[in-house]
Design a binder for this molecule. Structure first.
Ligand code: NDP
Length: 453
């Protein structure tokens, strides 16, 4: 890396101590940008990178709420408004006990490039809380969401900042958050995406991230004249992204064999078919149970508890062709990456954000496999969020076919951008450089046009 970029990284670490995920996300992008800066000194002189790594605004607030027993709890709420050069801030809210400033900054930073890749006019943001919805009653979740919105409402709006879901924030939470926003503002606007269908939501939005990750894998495979037909696929997670990844894999003839949650994973050698997928959806979305219970109706499947001491995740150590990490960040480390290759995996499409550690990414790049990083592969979710915003502005819902067609076109276009940009900057087939540089150029040019703001 050039001295200039090394200096940028040392500033990032100094200014943002104890935020390793943020350092990791910036480092990965900056490594790709080495290829750009030689050809484009104007970005350097306008200090575009220095401005990109400093959030436009960070909001941190107290979220007090009362549980069903009358006890008071206090959580911390965040919204990172990272970059609005090409459109209003847009990105999900995450409710998980691991949430902290550094994790949300990494997610907001990635979101800027991802949103740019979608071709839609949306800036980047992210938010959330260290609140854990697991084990809480619906009323507790509602009271928490209302308290969270009592502060957030003054910072967001349909032309300012439009949140959506992420880990721990699904249809239920978006409903409570939107309801409170509407009450406080006294207006019904498209301020959230991922809304319910009968109150402004878009068809295919729940499916979009998972479907998009599978469409992206299919696009990568076309470069080798192959399809997903009969491909054995490892999927992690069992939430929104994992469920719809499995659904689309089944549509395209793939054979998903795993699901997981934060306590363990299930390996079903016979394949997860539609009936089993319906069981998983009901288990996770309605009963809010654990994947371990999959073996109750399907005892031939093998459940393995997570071993926190182990230096690898056995989910990634099964014979397969493709992998769809769809749970959380850094869930594939160097050893997992080696195990994946050893077991024959040569297509990786990241539904989750930054699920592979830098050492793991390097292994995939060295081996020249079809590796689609999250910024590109999971952009289908935010893309359909953008389409939900368009429908809200028009006050016209589109059909399922219309939204799905546009989603497919967008994933195709993202794939094409990655391929073309990677080639143009001398690293053909490198989707990491393609996504980072492709996302960067549009935002950087907009920043140049808009002056030093
Ligand atoms: P959900 O909350 O619906 O599901 C998350 C799944 O991942 C659950 O199975 C959860 O297990 C598991 N998980 C969460 N944290 C951990 C952890 N620390 N270790 C192991 N497993 C974990 O979230 P989504 O499906 O929406 O999100 C999954 C990933 O996809 C995230 O990285 C998110 O940022 C990314 N993403 C999501 C988009 C969306 O539209 N929803 C868009 C783009 C990216 P458990 O049930 O035990 O919590």
């Amino acid at each position: 890396m050039s001295d200039y970029l090394t200096e940028i990284m040392s500033q990032v670490k100094k200014k943002n101590p104890s935020e390793p995920e943020y350092h990791q996300a910036v480092q990965e992008v900056v490594e790709s940008l080495v290829l750009v800066l030689d050809k484009h000194p104007e970005y350097r002189s306008a200090k575009v990178i220095e401005r990109l790594i400093e959030p436009e605004r960070v909001i941190i607030f107290r979220v007090p709420w009362v549980d069903d027993q009358g006890e008071v709890h206090v959580n911390r709420g965040f919204r990172i408004e990272m970059n609005s050069a090409i459109g209003p801030y847009k990105g999900g809210l995450r409710f998980h006990p691991s949430v902290n400033l550094g994790i949300l900054k990494f997610l907001a930073f990635e979101q800027v490039f991802k949103n740019s890749l979608t071709t839609l006019p949306i800036g980047g943001g992210k938010g959330g809380s260290d609140f854990d919805p697991k084990g809480k009653s619906d009323n507790e979740v509602m009271r928490f969401c209302q308290s969270f919105m009592n502060e957030l409402f003054r910072h967001i709006g349909p032309n300012t900042d439009i949140p959506a879901g992420d880990i721990g924030v699904g249809g239920r939470e978006v409903g409570y958050l939107f309801g409170q926003y509407k009450k406080l503002r006294n207006e019904f606007t498209g301020v959230f995406t991922g809304k319910g269908l009968n109150w402004g939501g878009s068809l295919i939005r729940p499916e979009a991230t998972g479907y998009g990750a599978v469409y992206f894998a299919a696009e990568m495979l076309t470069t080798r004249n192959e399809t997903l037909e009969d491909k054995v696929c490892l999927v992690s997670g069992s939430g929104n992204v994992a469920q719809y990844t499995i659904e689309k894999l089944l549509d395209l003839g793939g054979k998903p064999v795993t699901v997981s949650d934060s306590t363990g994973y299930v390996y079903d050698e016979q394949g997860i078919d539609r009936e089993k997928l319906e069981y998983i959806k009901h288990l996770k979305n309605v009963r809010r149970g654990r994947v371990k219970e999959y073996t109750d109706p399907y005892p031939h499947a093998v459940y393995t508890e997570i071993d926190q001491q182990a230096d690898y995740n056995p989910l990634w150590n099964h014979k397969a062709d493709c992998a769809f990490p769809s749970a959380t960040e850094n869930e594939i480390n160097e050893k997992d990456a080696q195990n994946l290759l050893k077991n024959g995996v040569y297509v990786i499409s990241e539904g989750a954000n930054m699920p592979t550690t830098p050492d793991g990414v390097n292994i995939f790049l060295q081996e020249n496999i079809l590796y689609g990083p999250g910024k590109a592969a999971n952009a289908g979710g935010v893309a359909v969020s953008g389409l939900e915003m368009a429908q809200n502005s028009q006050r016209l819902p589109w059909t399922r076919e219309e939204v799905d067609k546009r989603l497919q076109l967008i994933m195709k276009s993202i794939h094409q951008t990655c391929i073309e940009v990677a080639e143009r900057f001398g690293t053909p087939g490198n989707y990491v450089n393609g996504a980072n540089i492709g996302g960067f150029l549009k935002v950087a040019d907009a920043m140049l046009d808009q002056g030093v703001v």
